[in-house]
Ligand binder design. Structure first.
Ligand code: SF4
Length: 234
């Protein structure tokens, strides 16, 4: 009984997390970090399928609390049925909800897509604007989504701070901030602007594949020598 109790105790032990003695300043380690990211994630890219800015905007709204793979299963039929902002703007909300049901939170997402598209039709001739200042004026669109659209649909660099990027940047010691906008502003001067979009995808891929929120695989991580946070969880 004692041994069983001890085993249970051992199983409950939280992962050992060390804050490393790494004292390399962000400006000094960003170069090697970028090199390693290029080596390990040379093809990192947006994993949402789209052929124009409107499709990416809609796909990005649908991707909230949903995997990109699931969104990509829904969007081919959706994009065929609603080829323009005007189609979404005048759609039956109930029908749009059914069309996006599989992505979850379908009521809120349908309302959001229709609201955005009504503004696009009323103020932007149905086109998605190619500027951060204009994009963030659209209902429910923040800097992250705006940067996703700018970087991937318009080729205008932007740092897209999602939950993965924020977590990895914090652990690497590139920022001490928790607020996504503050993280973005910490990273902008560190990373050359032409690298912002690719760097974002690389950090997001790293967060998904190795630096998971609960169990980062630090012993397999190529960024280990530059990281401020090392978990020995097994
Ligand atoms: S996996 Fe570990 S070593 Fe790699 S970036 Fe994440 S916390 Fe740092």
């Amino acid at each position: 009984m004692i041994m069983a109790a001890q085993r249970t105790e051992k199983c409950k032990r939280p992962p050992v997390t060390l804050r490393s003695a790494n004292t390399i300043a962000p400006a000094d380690k960003i170069g090697p970090i970028l090199q390693i990211l290029d080596q390990y994630y040379p093809t990192a890219h947006c994993t949402l399928d789209f052929t124009n800015p409107l499709e990416l905007l809609v796909a990005t709204v649908l991707s909230a609390q949903c995997t990109d793979a699931r969104v990509n299963q829904v969007t081919p039929a959706l994009f065929r049925k609603y080829p323009s902002a005007a189609h979404y703007a005048r759609a039956s909300l109930e029908e749009l909800e059914k069309d996006i049901y599989a992505t979850g939170f379908f009521r809120q997402k349908a309302k959001s897509i229709q609201g955005i598209c009504q503004v696009l039709v009323a103020q932007y001739r149905g086109e998605v604007p190619a500027s951060l200042q204009e994009l963030v004026k659209l209902p429910g669109i923040g800097r992250k989504t705006a940067n996703v659209i700018l970087g991937n649909a318009f080729g205008i660099p932007g740092i897209m701070v999602d939950t993965h990027l924020g977590r990895v940047a914090q652990r690497l010691g590139l920022t001490k901030e928790r607020d996504p906008v503050k993280i973005e502003f910490d990273l902008m001067p560190l990373v050359p602007p032409e690298r912002w979009t690719k760097f974002s995808h690389q950090l997001i891929w790293h967060g998904r594949q190795i630096c998971a929120a609960r169990k980062p695989r630090c012993l397999d991580c190529p960024l280990f020598p530059y990281c401020d946070f090392v978990s020995l969880a097994t």
